[in-house]
Write a protein that binds this ligand. Structure first.
Ligand code: 3PG
Length: 241
């Protein structure tokens, strides 16, 4: 096999072509995506919020931002999640508010309609990847291994969520995928903790880590914003180590 036929070279070339095509098609999307990536690179930690109450979600996101975590992923896992997302986007204009758990093109469109800054999925399908590539919404697909990643690259996505990180190999998986896919950067989520974050962030192709440990359900339920503020401050500090 000559070098031009090598799978990683082919995938890289295909990703570059797709990225160039989508950049040409939508420079505004590319600029917005690059800005979000730069912010994640600076913060290095992305809180993941599961909330069903609008007021609690707004207070939680405001508290996280006040203590340094100015980007958040709001999951679409509760009955009222889309309303929560829309309300937080409106109430917290200085926060980079994204939506997680996007499973269908329809949800992708609904997320875009809320004015959210970005979308994230736990996995990837050809249908969703195509819709996300065509959409104006900055987007990060989820991957669990090399085949998912090849599908992501075919659609021009080279920053992806590795999920569930602790079950699919975490730092070892990110390191291994860095061989054939050197241009890819990962956001690790699923089982990441305050204790594991600094070690994960030391790996060069890990852009950031995400997790719910900064805003656990019990503290949200108890409206304990002081405790959430402290968790956010500690996480923000640990991420800079
Ligand atoms: C996710 O959506 O990425 C995960 O549910 C976050 O995982 P965690 O709750 O283990 O942090």
């Amino acid at each position: 096999m000559n070098q031009a036929q090598h799978p990683s070279v082919t995938a890289t070339v295909s990703a570059a072509i797709n990225a160039a095509l989508s950049a040409a098609a939508n420079p505004v999307k590319t600029a917005a995506l690059n800005q979000i990536i730069a912010q994640l690179q600076q913060l290095r930690v992305l809180p993941i919020l599961v909330a069903d109450d609008v007021q609690q979600a707004i207070t939680c996101v405001s508290t996280l931002a006040q203590y340094g975590l100015t980007a958040v992923e709001i999951t679409l896992r509760t009955p009222n999640a889309m309303q929560v997302l829309a309300a937080v986007v409106k109430a917290c204009p200085d926060v980079c508010v994204g939506a997680g758990t996007i499973l269908t093109p329809r949800q992708l469109q609904e997320v875009q309609d809320t004015g959210a800054a970005f979308g994230i999925s736990p996995g990837i399908t050809p249908v969703l990847a195509r819709a996300a590539a065509d959409s104006a919404l900055p987007y990060f697909p989820g991957v669990g291994g090399a085949s998912d990643l090849m599908l992501a690259l075919e659609h021009g996505f080279n920053v992806v969520k590795l999920f569930p990180s602790d079950l699919v190999g975490g730092i070892k998986m990110a390191k291994a995928l860095g061989g054939p896919f050197p241009e890819v950067r990962f956001c690790l989520t699923g089982g990441v903790t305050l204790e594991s974050a600094p070690q994960l962030l030391a790996q060069s192709n890990i852009l950031c880590v995400g997790g719910s440990w900064m805003c656990p359900a019990g503290l949200i339920e108890a409206n304990d914003w002081n405790a959430i503020g402290q968790l956010a401050a500690v996480a923000a500090k640990a991420a800079q180590q």
